[in-house]
Design a protein around this ligand. Structure first.
Ligand SMILES: Cc1ncc(COP(=O)(O)O)c(C=O)c1O
Length: 369
C-alpha cells in the first residue's frame, strides 16, 4: 500500500527524543521555549506561543483577540477545527466561498459577506498556498475586523516574500503528524502584541501565572502561583518540541522534496481531463497536499485503492456537516468543487518507484484501465 500521508521522521528525531528524555524534563520546559524562539526566527516574529495543536491555537487566537460572539467570515472548505474555534467562542461562522483554482477564501466574497455583526475574518492557506493577503488585509483594515490566519498547511509559505501567519492579528500553525513540520501533535500561536502573548502564555497552562519550569529555576522550588482567569491545558510539551526543532532544520529540504513530486505529477497529468493545482507568481508554498480536480473523482479513488494507492478528499465542506447546517452558507464554488477533489500521495519519503506507480495508475485510469 502507498499511503496518502507519511511523516518524514527518522534517526535525528529519535536522537532528539532520547536527549530530551535523558534530561528528565519532558513536559512544558526549556525545549518548548527553544522551539518558540527558533520558530519565531523561522517566520520572523517575536511572539510565539507553543501549543498542543493548531486546534487549540485557533481557539486561543479568538480568545486573546476578544472575539466572544458576533460573526466570523470563514471558509467551509477546511478541516473542522478552523470553524470549531468560532463555535467555541460563541461566534457565528458565516461561510465565504473559495477561489476555484487555489481553493483559498475569495476576498470578493468576503467583502460581500460583511455585516454590522462581523468581528473577524478567518483565512486558511489551503495546501500551503498563501491566500490573497493584500486584499484580505485591506478588507480587515477598512472594516476594522480582526484577521486570523489558519496556517496549518503553511509553515514557511510566503506571500510577496513575507511568511504567512505574520499578516493578520494572529497566525495558527499545526505540527500534527502529517504536516510539513511535524511533532506528532503540536501547534503554535503567533500574535502581534505583548499583552496578547502574555495572556496566551497564561491561558495555555490553566491560567497559571508562572510555568513549573519558571518556578523550578528559582533558588528553591517556589510552589506559589496565582490564577486570575480560567485557562486551558493547551501547552506544547518538550518531547514534541525536541522533534519540532529537528523538523524545522529540515523544513526547506522537505518542502523541496514535495515540490519535485508536485512538479512530476503536474507534468505527467498535463494532458489528462483534470484540473491541475496552481502556484501563483510571487508566493512560495509548502506543497503540503497535491489536489487534482476531476469529474470522475470517486471512480478514480476506487481504481487507485484497488491498486494499493491511498488517496483522500480535502475537504468535505463544513457547512454540510450536521453541526453547521444552520449557519449561512451561500458558497456555490465550494459546493461544486469539493466533489471533484482528490488528494494524491506527496511526501519526502515517497520513493521514485512509488511516484511512478501513482503516475502510471492515474494515467491508466484515464486510458480506461
Ligand atoms: C486547515 C487546518 N486547520 C486546522 C487543523 C488542526 O490542526 P491540529 O491537528 O494541529 O489541531 C488542521 C489539521 O489537519 C488543518 O488541516
Amino acid at each position: 500500500m502507498i499511503p496518502v500521508f507519511r511523516p518524514a521522521v527518522g534517526d535525528e528525531e529519535l536522537a532528539a527524543i532520547k536527549e530530551c528524555l535523558d534530561t528528565g524534563w519532558i513536559g512544558l520546559g526549556p525545549k518548548t521555549a527553544e522551539f518558540e524562539k527558533t520558530f519565531g526566527q523561522f517566520i520572523g516574529v517575536e511572539y510565539v506561543v507553543g501549543m498542543n495543536s493548531c486546534s487549540s491555537a485557533l481557539d486561543m487566537a479568538l480568545k486573546v483577540l476578544d472575539i466572544t460572539g458576533g460573526e466570523v467570515i470563514t471558509p467551509s472548505l477546511t478541516f473542522v477545527s478552523t470553524n470549531h474555534a468560532i463555535l467555541y467562542n460563541n461566534a457565528t461562522p458565516v461561510f465565504a466561498d473559495v477561489q476555484p483554482d487555489t481553493l483559498n477564501i475569495d476576498p470578493d466574497d468576503v467583502r460581500h459577506k460583511i455585516t454590522p455583526r462581523t468581528r473577524a475574518i478567518m483565512v486558511v492557506h489551503y495546501a500551503g498556498h498563501p491566500c490573497e493577503m493584500d486584499a484580505l488585509v485591506d478588507i480587515a483594515r477598512e472594516h476594522n475586523l480582526k484577521l486570523i490566519e489558519d496556517c496549518a498547511h503553511a509553515a514557511g509559505s510566503t506571500y510577496h516574500g513575507q511568511p504567512v501567519g505574520t499578516f493578520g492579528d494572529a497566525g495558527c500553525f499545526s505540527f500534527h503528524a502529517v504536516k510539513n513540520v511535524t511533532m506528532g501533535e503540536g501547534g503554535a500561536l503567533v500574535v502581534k502584541h505583548k499583552d496578547e502573548y502574555d495572556r496566551a502564555m497564561r491561558l495555555r497552562w490553566c491560567g497559571i501565572s508562572k510555568s513549573t519550569w519558571e518556578r523550578a529555576r528559582g533558588k528553591s522550588y517556589s510552589w506559589q502561583y496565582d490564577v486570575d482567569e480560567l485557562g486551558y491545558k493547551y501547552h506544547l510539551s518538550d518531547i514534541a518540541a525536541a522533534i519540532g526543532l529537528v523538523q524545522l532544520r529540515k523544513a526547506e529540504y522537505h518542502n523541496q522534496a514535495r515540490r519535485r513530486i508536485w512538479e512530476a505529477y503536474n507534468t505527467a497529468f498535463a494532458d489528462l481531463p483534470a484540473d491541475l493545482p496552481v502556484v501563483y507568481d510571487d508566493v512560495t508554498t509548502t506543497y503540503l497536499i497535491y489536489v487534482l480536480k476531476t469529474d470522475r473523482r470517486d471512480d478514480l479513488m476506487d481504481f487507485l485503492r484497488e491498486r494499493g494507492i491511498g488517496t483522500s478528499v480535502h475537504y468535505y465542506p463544513n457547512h454540510l456537516f450536521k453541526l453547521y447546517r444552520d449557519y449561512p452558507a451561500d458558497v456555490p464554488v465550494t459546493e461544486a468543487v469539493w466533489q471533484r477533489l482528490i488528494t494524491l500521495p506527496i511526501y519526502p519519503l515517497l520513493t521514485s518507484d512509488q511516484l511512478e506507480t501513482v503516475i502510471d495508475n492515474v494515467r491508466a485510469f484515464y486510458r480506461g484501465g
